[in-house]
Design a binder for this molecule. Structure first.
Ligand SMILES: Cc1cc2nc3c(=O)[nH]c(=O)nc-3n(C[C@H](O)[C@H](O)[C@H](O)COP(=O)(O)OP(=O)(O)OC[C@H]3O[C@@H](n4cnc5c(N)ncnc54)[C@H](O)[C@@H]3O)c2cc1C
Length: 317
């Protein structure tokens, strides 16, 4: 019987690990090389929530989001994965009308908020139970699964794709914002996010402001801590939490949810969303090697992860 050649996955964020798990659990030998530990990636900073992603290419993005949903719901059956289902609100400061993205209809109990359910300053919104993902725990879960399936994870930066193709003839590039340098893709840009982590004052519902503003209000409870957001600042490479931004996040969240006022601050984190005009999930041939690019998931990499992983594995052939 012919042996299957090892695949090299570059990156150990949610995209790299989901892809590596998908391949390794189907019996393919996989090595992951990453220049940051999973817990240090942008993925570890995400809120995170499954929800519609208004990204391009729209049809494929819808499919990836829809394919990821049942996977996350299934993982929520085991709380050690870091995934759980929570009720909550997606709300806007403008009137959203009755148009909802089709993927939102996957949420079985989706319904419009009554005016009394909206915080001051918000005009419309929806209530629904959705998967919430405690990213540090979830990345540990993915790493554990990958290693259990025989995968190898190396803390080892890749300096160029030319170097990578010398090591393996099948590669998946899951480098997030790092693709700008590794692949020389000028279309990749950081969209800086910052979170404040507080001790949970008793919240079990999430809240997320939709509408695409640079500053918004969001909170995601994960057991004894709540992740508060947020900001989305284009072209900002700083990974250092900004004090004024953190104070403004706390202020906005406390305004919408008084129980968050005075909550004990446990820390602040920054992540660089891999912004791009469209998610890049496609094959490039370099010499005799097949490189599948799987990056540019902007603010929705968690929601897209399993759908993109399955397609990346398929494209790898
Ligand atoms: C504040 C914030 C909130 C968010 N909330 C949500 C949410 O609620 N829901 C959602 O779906 N998404 C959310 N996102 C977006 C999500 O976090 C990203 O889309 C996702 O993390 C991208 O994953 P990734 O694996 O592509 O990138 P990353 O997590 O950045 O991982 C990239 C990996 O590539 C490695 N790498 C890069 N270059 C090299 C190299 N040359 N050699 C070796 N390794 C390399 C890095 O070390 C890292 O391991 C949020 C993001 C932020 C910042």
């Amino acid at each position: 019987m012919a042996t299957i050649e090892r695949v090299l996955v570059i990156g150990a964020g949610v995209i790299g690990l989901s892809t590596a798990v998908t391949l390794a659990e189907s019996g393919v030998p996989v090595r992951v090389r990453t220049d940051q530990r999973p817990a240090e990636t942008t993925s570890a900073v995400a809120g995170a929530m499954w929800g519609p992603a208004l990204l391009r290419p729209a049809e494929r993005v819808r499919r990836w989001v829809a394919d990821s949903y049942p996977r996350l719901v299934a993982l929520a059956a085991d709380e050690s994965t870091g995934v759980h289902l929570a009720a909550g609100r997606m709300a806007a400061r403008v009137d959203l009308g009755d148009q909802v993205p089709p993927e939102a209809l996957l949420l079985p109990d989706l319904r419009p908020c009554t005016p009394g359910e909206l915080p001051e300053g918000f005009r419309s919104g929806y209530r629904a139970t959705a998967p919430l993902i405690d990213m540090p725990r979830y990345l540990e879960h993915l790493t554990g699964r990958f290693l259990a399936a025989g995968g190898e994870l190396l803390l080892s930066p890749v300096s160029s794709l030319a170097e990578a193709v010398e090591e393996a003839s099948r590669i998946v590039d899951c480098t997030g914002v790092g693709a700008r340098e590794l692949v020389g893709d000028p279309g990749v840009r950081p969209v800086r996010g910052q979170h404040v982590i507080v001790r949970n004052p008793g919240l079990d519902e999430y809240f997320v402001e939709v509408g695409g503003a640079e500053e918004f209000t969001a909170w995601f409870p994960h057991g004894d801590r709540v992740v508060l957001g947020g900001v989305a600042v284009e072209h900002d490479w700083s990974r250092v939490p900004d004090r004024a931004t953190g104070a403004a996040i706390l202020r906005r969240c406390a305004q919408a949810e008084p129980r968050l006022a005075g909550a004990e601050v446990l820390g602040q984190q920054v992540g660089l969303r891999p912004g791009r005009e469209a998610v890049r999930l496609e094959v490039e041939r370099i010499g005799g090697a097949t490189v599948v690019h799987n990056y540019g998931h902007s603010g929705a990499g968690v929601a897209l992860s399993w759908g993109c992983a399955a397609e990346a594995a398929e494209l790898l052939g």
